[in-house]
Design a binder for this molecule. Sequence first.
Ligand code: VG1
Ligand code: CO
Length: 543
Amino acid sequence: MSVRTIATQPIDGQRPGTSGLRKKVVEFCRPHYLENFVQAIFNTLGDCAGQTLVLGGDGRYFNRPAIQIIVRMAAAHGFERVLVGQGGILSTPALSCVVRKRGALGGIILSASHNPGGPDGDFGIKYNAANGGPAPEKITDAIYAQTRSIGQYFTIDAPDIDLDTLGAASVGALRVEVIDPVADYAELMGELFDFGAIRALFAGGFTMCFDGMCAVGGPYAHAILEGALGAPRGTVINGVPLEDFGGHHPDPNPVNAAELIALMDGPSAPDFGAASDGDADRNMIVGRGIAVTPSDSLAIIAANATVAPGYAGGIKGVARSMPTSGAADRVAAALGVPCYETPTGWKFFGNLMDAGLVTLCGEESYGTGSDHVREKDGLWAVLFWLNLLAASGKPVGQIVRGHWARFGRNYYSRHDYEAVESNAAAQLMADLRAQLPSLAGRTMDGHTIALADDFAYTDPVDHSVSLGQGVRIIMDDGSRIVLRLSGTGTEGATIRLYLEKYEADPARHDFDTQTALAGLAALAERIAGIAARTGRGGPSVIT
Ligand code: VG1
Ligand code: CO
């Protein structure tokens, strides 16, 4: 096997964001673009002799050619073994599972998650470490530094591997194993949840609609829901992964999964609805006439964790990203376990889980998970809810309302202003940060501001510090306005405005969310001037 050295130059803009490097497909197809980033990962890892790398993606456009490129580069870098999901497919949580189970050095995920795919869509690449989780900032910073100084990358001449046939092949001295992308993951789910009870639920006529959004969740849902759990065929819709997700936006929220929401609101609604995103790490939970907010879902899972066999011994603690509502905090307090508040992005949960400080983690962006892997996990959340529905015999709406009655309701919404001109967005945040010292203590529109800051996080395990993680304006009644810029977009900037208001009184739990939060939204506009500065009449997406 002769290694070929290819001369290259640094390419601007290869800094990993909230969840890896995400760019338009056309950018990734530029000469050396993918290769530079992969070599930057390998340079950061150093000697990989004797090591295993796990490789797979969400099946979007450019997934297959990217895998062939990375396999040849892994051979040149001296890996001993690469495990690839059949068809080039591995959901993000499944890759995390395989890395852990097979003792790999790490994994590479090819996905832009909830961003649209296809030749005009987005592509992405992310490195996960030996714990199965997204590389922490220390590693992503090192990878970025490598992209700034790269002068060459290494590959070998070898034909493409057959991605569709299970089994092993050699690429130079590298052993490539094409593995079943579902098997390890499905086995793990069977250990965590009461499959017998869920099977009995379906056998008793319980109905469900799982929307795979033409993304990578489909094969997992087919195998587990319709296979292992005996749900009727047709339970899973849009279950075949397509390179362009059928033209859909594979983000499981009430806006992008409008069809599912309409079904659940209509006369022929099944008992339960759910959806997952491009790489199957996000989830949306829907009951008849009620979409469960992700923040509530985390809190409800925490409050009921022990119904699932995998959590029967109780939970060690909970973690949520800063913009996520405080609903989980109230459950943690009631259980007497700690609740950690981290910056946005799953990579910040890894240390907490590795150190055994938390069992459950969640984000307002339709992400929930546990320490069974080191990624958020869409189908895991759906299976938890199925286990809870089976154990309680109650419908989703009753469970949610019962939870609010006990803990109070955190009205919550996120307003996104997408593809805003980057400079205008940066200026907005800069001006907002400059205002912070003068805001605390002021009363505006009937709200008294108790705290106004830019969220900073010190990791309790490795003591690394992350600054500038989002502006928080917290009222004296606990209501919050949070603003930050997205780190996953590929067009201009996306401003995210998060609104939260706590209501203890059950007589006041049935307001429309946007109505309940209108006062806070108006105050946010008064302080930050989003509409005024961007010229937008309102948010592009409200979830
Ligand atoms: C968004 C979400 C964040 C999530 C990230 C990756 O990031 O807000 O909570 O962890 O996407 O999710 P941002 O920086 O755009 O707000 V996924 O499903 O892309 O892996
Ligand atoms: Co995702």
